[in-house]
Design a binder for this molecule. Structure first.
Ligand code: DAT
Ligand code: MG
Length: 154
C-alpha cells in the first residue's frame, strides 16, 4: 500500500432511518477499504457545531445542525491507500442532482441537505474529524487478509 490514509465517514440520520446502513458499508467494503472504527451515536449540539464549524454563518447552517442531531448516526473510520479521495468518489457530489450515477448520493439521494453520508474532504479534515469522534483506543489496528489481493505487489 503506497499511502495509507484514514478517513472519517458518517451515515447521517436519513441513512439510518431509510435502512441504508448496510448498503453504505457494503459499498465501502466492496471497494477494498478497511473498516477501522465504528459506532452508532446521537450527535450533541456541541459536537455538531465543532464538526460543521466551517459552515457556521451560512444560511443552511441551522438546518444542518438540527438535521445532523435529529437522530442516530453511524460514525466510522475507513482506511486504505488514498482513502480520503476514494471514499469521496464513492459518496458523490454534495448535490445529488450533480452526483454521478453509481455513487451513493447519485443512486440513493435527492436532497442537498439529506444526502445520506458525510466523508472527510481532505487528509487534514479527516485527522480533525476522527479526533472529534473517536479516541485513539477505538481505532483498531489490524491487517486485512485480503490486502495482498487488493493491492497486489505495490
Ligand atoms: P459535503 O457533505 O459534500 O462535504 P459540504 O461540506 O459543502 O458538503 O456541506 C456539508 C453539508 O451541508 C452537505 O452535506 C449538505 C449541507 N449543505 C451544503 N451546501 C448546502 C446548500 N447549499 N443548501 C443546503 N444544504 C447544504
Ligand atoms: Mg464537507
Amino acid at each position: 500500500m503506497k499511502t495509507r490514509e484514514r478517513t472519517f465517514i458518517m451515515i447521517k440520520p436519513d441513512g439510518v432511518q431509510r435502512g441504508l446502513v448496510g448498503e453504505v458499508i457494503s459499498r465501502l467494503e466492496r471497494k477494498g477499504l478497511k473498516l477501522t472504527a465504528m459506532k452508532m451515536m446521537v450527535i450533541s449540539e456541541e459536537l455538531a457545531a465543532q464538526h460543521y464549524g466551517e459552515h457556521k454563518g451560512k444560511d443552511f447552517y441551522d438546518s444542518l445542525v438540527s438535521y445532523i442531531t435529529s437522530g442516530p448516526v453511524v460514525a466510522m473510520v475507513w482506511e486504505g491507500d488514498r482513502a480520503v479521495t476514494l471514499s469521496r468518489i464513492i459518496i458523490g457530489a454534495t448535490d445529488p442532482a450533480k452526483a454521478a450515477p453509481g455513487t451513493i448520493r447519485g443512486d440513493l439521494a435527492i436532497s442537498v441537505g439529506n444526502n445520506l453520508v458525510h466523508g472527510s474532504d481532505s487528509l487534514a479534515s479527516a485527522e480533525r474529524e476522527i479526533k472529534l469522534f473517536f479516541s485513539q483506543e477505538e481505532l483498531i489496528d489490524y491487517r486485512l487478509s485480503s490486502e495482498s489481493w487488493i493491492y497486489g505487489e505495490e
